[in-house]
Design a protein around this ligand. Sequence first.
Ligand code: DAH
Length: 347
Amino acid sequence: MALETTTLFDEADALSRQIDASPVGNAAELEAFRIQFLGTKGLLKQLFGRMGEVPADRKREFGQRVNAVKELAETKFNDAKTALEAASAQAGPDFDLTLPPLPPVPGSRHPINLVRQKIVDTFARIGYAVAEGPEVEDDWHNFTAMGTPEDHPARDMQDTFYIAGHANMLLRTHTSPVQARVMESQKPPIRIIVPGRTYRNETISARAHCVFHQVEGLYVDENVSFADLKQTLLYFAQVMFGEKTQIRLRPSYFPFTEPSAEMDVTCLICHGEGCPVCKHSGWVEILGCGMVDPQVFENCGIDPERYTGFAFGMGIERIAMLTYGVDDIRLFTENDLRFLEQFKAEA
Ligand code: DAH
């Protein structure tokens, strides 16, 4: 027993010499030192753990001895740590304040935003005021007032999202209900341009999305004629797509206009030569339009004997796709910077 105890005291002495000799000149050495001697599985813990081997009458002395060795290790560790910190502070911060900053990355306008702004500006120049309406709309304004009462077959033209639990509320399927809202609350002359978001229960694909944007136009006054509509749309097409642009109107059907038409413009890509975008016809369809149906005037409290008017509506995504040669409508909502950055020059 006596011999073993002597050995343990010797081990404490040896440990203290080992501590003295261990290098702590840099951060890595310091950390290795901490782990070896002061760590939870370090040599000091191990030595303390052998207290049981020390005879009762020498336990106190042994404890004091090992504690002294521990203090030695802690002092050496703390001194070295302070010295290293002081040295690195003197070397200065590890960043260079004189480096020039990274160049700022300017954002860009979204292509839908650019096209919408151009359409609105074009009509603002000839006296149209911007009007807006709610995206959560009631059945009356979206359909009934606009010539599509319940059970009317034209309701099938648009797949509608209804609001659960509110039979008469829906997400507007077009911007046309804003026509009704404005006519209910304003007296002619009315000249409005209505940009806005619209919703249809469409399967999302390269050509269709359930959320998209439209711009609606409405002009109501005495003696407004189809010739006024045609001239206004020709002006619009030439400002929007270039002064050589031609338009053509094809007879069509909308529940809120009579007569109704769809307007084509000479292809924005090939200017009429023929290309895959216009399917080699030289023409692309841009919008729907027509003379406001007298029944719509009546629904909105405007005297159809006194007033006439025209209306038109177009999809912003479609025009943006034709303008920029984008072949997948989903790109507009995916927020891929590689796509969006390309519109920087036009911001
Ligand atoms: N609301 C129609 C649609 O979403 C577009 C439209 C066609 C609007 C003719 C009009 C119009 O104002 O006169 O398909």
